[in-house]
Design a protein around this ligand. Structure first.
Ligand code: GCO
Ligand code: MG
Length: 416
């Protein structure tokens, strides 16, 4: 079998996705996801201009070999752009392998370890009451795990975003997507002191309101120093978080040791770790409980299964990043891995078809992740179990979009 065509297609059915399509001389088509939020065109160019020429004529079933050729063989390896492009190719190759074998990808990864992948969803609110209401709505829909962010009193004043959510909620409309996507970066202000004061009070309120059964998570989004994060993790202990996410930026991952020494609040980190070597230290030193790499940024299914194997002997579980910026193809690839690794922990979940742009998403994607109560699953079809309507995808051209930028009160830039 030979690869005859490969292309990254940038589409915007509500938000930008980079879809990778690989075709074979035997008539098979595989789909992958190379979306890099806010830098979509760079990932697409890496695929189309640099990776595709080296793939034409190659055997698509030699996945590990092609992965090594594109990664090591490029000499310049790693980083979010190159590894997102590589991930998109890798996932499309696994889709082809599944279609050729007549088996779902999870079967080729060793078969199901579980009936479904426990999921968590995003709730947030300008006030604790709004956040609790949002969490209750999810619980009524059958979810057991909710990540709760406090939009305003946490000091995270993306003013437009906060006003937008408040206006939508008071008008009884669905919440807009939680991530501001603007054609130039939206600027928000954030200060650590009000945030650190507000978060424990916020979780105290949520536990009282929501009870002990629901699993609560919180994403610090890389904004604290190790010392600040150690204090927060300790203060949050009475509220038994499922995990506290990205307490420090990846540049300060050595500071995780200080957080571990201070507290037993479980730690999740890794969405900004974009290669396997970066994960080794934190895992073998047991500095985290959940590894949160993104299957779509860290090297695809090939890298994710190796990372899960690395984590297993250290009692670290997977908690793969799967935010709104992942396309339904990326979500499907992630859940295939969840089902097949023994040390799966929890899966972030964003059902695109229930949010803004739902009709466009349904037009472009057919199949993919399904949900039963709190658990995610994928179709027992050959490959990933999701197809892309290419004509529909091409109808929605790329729209420039940036992530927000955070500034401190004095105007200095801070991690968003
Ligand atoms: C998460 C993440 C996302 C990121 C986004 C950036 O935990 O889901 O932190 O919300 O902000 O993926 O593109
Ligand atoms: Mg996060």
């Amino acid at each position: 079998m030979k690869i005859t065509r490969c292309e990254a297609i940038v589409t915007c059915p509500g938000r930008n996705f980079v879809l990778v399509k690989i075709e074979t001389d035997t008539g098979l088509t595989g789909w992958g996801d190379a979306t890099l939020n806010g830098r979509e065109l760079a990932a697409a160019a890496a695929v189309n201009d640099h990776l595709v020429p080296a793939l034409i004529g190659e055997d698509p079933l030699r996945i590990e070999h092609l992965w090594q050729s594109l990664y090591l063989g490029a000499y310049w390896r790693g980083g979010p752009v190159l590894n997102t492009a590589l991930s998109g190719i890798d996932v499309a190759l696994w889709d082809i392998l599944g279609k050729e074998a007549g088996q779902p990808v999870y079967q080729l990864l060793g078969g199901r370890c579980r009936d479904g992948a426990l999921a968590y969803v995003h709730a947030g609110g300008v006030t604790p009451e709004m956040a609790a209401d949002r969490a209750r709505q999810f619980m009524a829909q059958g979810y057991q795990c909710v990540r709760v962010q406090m939009e305003a009193t946490a000091g995270s004043s993306y003013n437009e975003k906060v006003r937008g959510i408040a206006a939508a909620e008071s008008a009884g409309k669905p919440m807009p997507q939680p991530m501001v996507q603007a054609d130039l970066p939206a600027v928000g202000e954030w200060e650590p002191t009000p945030y650190l004061r507000a978060v424990p009070r916020f979780f105290d309120y949520l536990r009282k309101e929501l009870g002990d059964e629901v699993e609560l998570l919180h994403d610090v989004h890389q904004r604290l120093t190790p010392t600040q994060a150690a204090g927060l993790a300790r203060e949050l202990e009475p509220y038994h978080l499922f995990w506290l996410e990205d307490p420090v930026p990846p540049e300060h991952k050595d500071g995780l040791a200080q957080i571990r020494a201070a507290s037993t609040t479980p730690i999740a980190i890794g969405e900004l770790f974009t290669d396997i070597p970066t994960c080794v230290g934190p895992v073998v030193n047991r500095h985290l409980d959940y590894l949160r790499c993104d299957v779509g940024h860290v090297g695809g299914i090939t890298a994710a299964r190796k990372l899960a194997a690395l984590c297993e002997p250290f009692a670290v579980k997977t908690g793969w990043h799967a935010p709104p910026d992942l396309s339904p193809v990326g979500h499907a690839a992630t859940v295939h891995v969840d089902l097949a690794v023994s040390n799966f922990g929890l899966q972030e979940w964003w059902p695109h078809e229930e949010h803004a742009g739902a009709e466009m998403v349904r037009e472009v994607f057919d199949g993919g992740v399904t949900r039963r109560g709190p658990y995610l699953d994928v179709p027992a079809k050959p490959g990933l179990g999701i197809e892309v309507n290419e004509d529909a995808a091409r109808k929605f051209p790329y729209k420039r979009a940036y992530l927000p930028v955070v500034r401190r009160a004095d105007g200095g830039v801070h991690p968003w």
